[in-house]
Design a protein around this ligand. Structure first.
Ligand SMILES: [Zn+2]
Length: 270
């Protein structure tokens, strides 16, 4: 699979396989679903695994279940539990948010070997779909992003379910920090001045590489807003959207519209 963008994007796609997140309008009886990336993976023949009983593990805040053949044989339950506990501590510290109650993490076997995740924050459950051919560190990277969605639910309350995807997904990606940054220190460094897509673009239905690009741009934009205007203003922005890209109250919170902020951010990137 070839990505038409720069090596940086290629690296990102290979190392992280990040999934773009989708907010699907919930049906009346279903919790809202916050889904990250759908990432293509072309590696070792996928095997359809029969779902047997999941292997469980538990910490104070995480209840972890791993389906048979979901992880490489070398990845023990103890090891993945420790990695996820570390990831939670990291994203919690980075975002200055904490879980209000324990959550469930379910690692499912994906027959097609496509790595993707989803957060059912009202149910306090995050899930990832993967297969034994995908290294466990990529699974943890996806889950780091999902954990930030749950932390956002606990911090912002139900308002986070209606957030502008730019800040909702930008925050989850920024919050995942080094799990998405590879060797780079910041998302600005990661972008290296490149921001080919408009911020208010819809992420749904895009090719994986473009979804990745958009998520990194959004994370960088969040980074810019935090550095420039601080956390308190960002928190007000986060609570102000209506689920469509660009819907947050940029004018009300920052005194300038999104187009002006976007131009300033692009200048900051260079
Ligand atoms: Zn997401």
């Amino acid at each position: 699979m070839r990505f038409p963008l720069s090596m940086r994007w290629l690296l990102a796609a290979i190392v992280l396989i990040v999934a773009a997140a989708v907010i699907i309008v919930s049906r009346a009886h279903q919790p809202r679903r916050l889904a990250p990336l759908v990432a293509e993976f072309s590696g070792g023949g996928a095997t359809l695994a029969l779902r047997r009983a999941l292997l469980p593990a538990q910490t104070d805040m995480l209840r972890i279940s791993v389906a048979p053949l979901a992880l490489p044989a070398s990845a023990s339950l103890d090891a993945i539990t420790a990695e996820l506990s570390t990831a939670l501590a990291y994203v919690s510290a980075r975002t200055a948010t904490t879980l209000s109650e324990p959550i469930t993490i379910t690692i499912n076997t994906e027959a097609n070997c496509t790595l993707h995740g989803v957060a059912y924050t009202q149910n306090r459950e995050v899930q990832v779909f993967t297969c034994a051919a995908i290294p466990s560190d990529r699974v943890v990277a996806i889950l780091a992003h999902e954990l930030v969605h749950q932390l956002a639910h606990d911090y912002y309350g139900d308002a986070h379910l209606n957030s502008d995807p730019i800040v909702l997904e930008g925050w989850a990606t920024w919050g995942a920090g080094h799990y998405w940054l590879s060797r780079h220190a910041t998302f600005r460094d990661f972008l290296g001045g490149e921001a080919p897509l408009p911020l208010a673009a819809n992420h749904l239905g895009r090719p994986v590489a473009e979804m990745n690009t958009l998520y990194y741009q959004w994370a960088s934009f969040v980074e810019y807003l935090l550095v420039t205007y601080g956390r308190e203003a960002f928190d007000r922005l986060y609570r102000s959207g209506n689920s469509t890209p660009g819907s947050a109250d940029y004018q009300g919170v920052y005194g300038v519209d999104l187009a002006t902020l976007e131009a300033a951010w692009q200048e900051w990137l260079r």
